[in-house]
Ligand binder design. Structure first.
Ligand code: IPE
Ligand code: IPE
Ligand code: MG
Length: 254
């Protein structure tokens, strides 16, 4: 029974099966709940961040196997600098060491890694680690893994508008979108938030305009491949109308 369900999510499945069980092209995830996960175990919050990092790695593997093209993970928001100093330092250290430890494996798996966010906010060492990991994987064409770090949706829109203003370019939806940090990609189809909160927290404000939202009560370190597949199945039950009527959409897909 389980095998059948997994197969139906596989893009390599026969066309008739794949037709009603599509894998989203771009999944974006707000990985929330690390701190509470650790605290529920009587441990410090940072213990949850470590477990959350393992989950992120696993999620990239699962998405690669499922044939998802883009996975964007919200790792650190513009607002997360306001956390206690120790926690911020731990997260920066974890980010740097993870980049070093994981990039070879990501490269081997044909993953293209990109860090989206205001990199100027990071220290020199972390910026170097990011550059190195991005350079190593830049020609890969498997999963495009975007790590949103020091990212804020409002910052993204503002920096795009500033870039256009500097060039004296006309401001249109197309020109603005072309300057966003995600310009080379596609908008997320499915936006997942774990940890029980139902909010965007300044994630992909522009890009998520038409994303299907999926909220899970699972704390991020508990959100496994099975939970991801459940989210994808839920996504597949929805009708994406993009402003049209249900009838119009149903006729078009006949
Ligand atoms: C998400 O987990 C990770 C980051 C924001 C870095 P949290 O650290 O926000 O965990 P909770 O929400 O406090 O449980
Ligand atoms: C959102 O989580 C940011 C990340 C997951 C990186 P937060 O825990 O910072 O969000 P709020 O503050 O509860 O909205
Ligand atoms: Mg949180």
């Amino acid at each position: 029974m389980k095998r059948v369900r997994e197969d139906s999510l596989d893009q390599k499945a026969p066309p008739e099966e794949a037709a009603n069980s599509k894998v989203p092209q771009h999944i974006a995830i707000i990985m929330d709940g690390n701190g509470r996960w650790a605290q529920a175990r009587g441990k410090k919050r940072v213990f949850g961040h470590k477990a959350g990092m393992e989950r992120a790695r696993e999620m990239a593997e699962v998405c690669g196997e499922l044939g998802v093209k883009y996975l964007t993970l919200f790792a650190f928001s513009s607002e997360n600098w306001n956390r206690p100093k120790d926690e911020v330092s731990f997260l920066m250290e974890l980010f740097a060491t993870s980049l070093k430890n994981e990039s070879k494996k990501l490269h081997k798996n044909n993953v293209k890694l990109m860090v989206i966010g205001d990199k100027d906010g990071f220290d020199r060492r972390l910026r170097k680690a990011i550059e190195k990991a991005e350079a190593l994987t830049q020609d890969n064409d498997g999963l495009y893994l975007q790590i949103a770090a020091n990212y804020g949706g409002r910052w993204d829109i503002v920096q795009a508008a500033q870039a256009l203003a500097e060039q004296g370019a006309e401001i249109t939806e197309e020109s603005l979108q072309s300057k966003l940090v995600t310009a080379d990609g596609v908008d997320p189809d499915l936006l997942i938030r774990t940890g029980g909160e139902q909010r965007i927290s300044n994630f992909l404000m522009w890009q998520a305009a038409y994303a299907e939202l999926y909220f899970s009560d699972a704390l991020w370190p508990d959100f496994d491949g099975k939970a991801l597949k459940a989210a994808i199945e839920d996504f597949n039950r929805r009708q994406r109308r993009f402003g049209k009527t249900g009838e119009q959409v149903a006729t078009a897909s006949d």
